[in-house]
Structures are given as structure tokens and as C-alpha cells.
Design a protein around this ligand. Structure first.
Ligand SMILES: [Zn+2]
Length: 100
């Protein structure tokens, strides 16, 4: 989906329509060593060898499941007048976001 760099949009801080820049916020990586995390399970030595590993055998099967090919867009609108920014409320499903 092609998206313009600048857009005229309502700014809730200025309470009027202003020119706003569009940016895609950088994604934050989830910590891999959280409780119940897949990396933590691997460090414990599960997911290895043969036989039934209880609930972790099931988790291995979940990886094989089909995943969604599209993601919802996450855009950040920054007002050029006050400099404040706001996130997009509803994202649309697309496979790619091109900001021009
Ligand atoms: Zn503003």
C-alpha cells in the first residue's frame, strides 16, 4: 500500500486541520528470555530428543501452523505546527507499506 509522506489531517492538540508527516514507528523486539518464552524452553533442554514432552510437544506443532501473510499498518502522524504526534487508530491489513 502506497502512503503519501505528508497529509492534511485533524490535530487533536491544535484542534484544527494541519499538515502532518507520516512515519512508521520502529518495531521493538520482544524480550526473548521472558517466562514461557521459546528460547527459555530450549535452554532448559526441552524440544529435544524423542518421546512426548507434554505441553511442549504441542508447542512444536503450533509452529507448523499456517501464519497470516498480512499485518495491520501502524503509522505515526506528527503535526508540523505543534510537533506532537499521534498513532493511527485503525490499521488496514496489507503485506507492504510504502511511504512516498
Ligand atoms: Zn498540532
Amino acid at each position: 500500500m502506497k502512503i503519501p509522506k505528508k497529509v492534511n489531517r485533524y490535530c487533536p492538540f491544535c484542534k484544527k486541520k494541519t499538515e502532518q508527516k507520516i512515519k512508521e514507528p520502529t518495531k521493538q523486539k520482544a524480550s526473548s528470555l521472558k517466562r514461557g518464552g521459546k528460547i527459555r524452553i530450549r535452554l532448559r533442554g526441552l524440544w529435544r530428543g524423542i518421546g512426548n514432552k507434554g505441553r511442549y510437544s504441542r508447542m512444536k506443532n503450533q509452529q507448523k501452523r499456517k501464519r497470516k501473510t498480512t499485518k495491520k499498518t501502524n503509522l505515526l502522524y506528527t503535526c508540523t505546527e505543534c510537533g506532537k504526534s499521534k498513532n493511527q487508530k485503525k490499521g488496514k491489513r496489507t503485506s507492504k507499506v510504502l511511504i512516498e
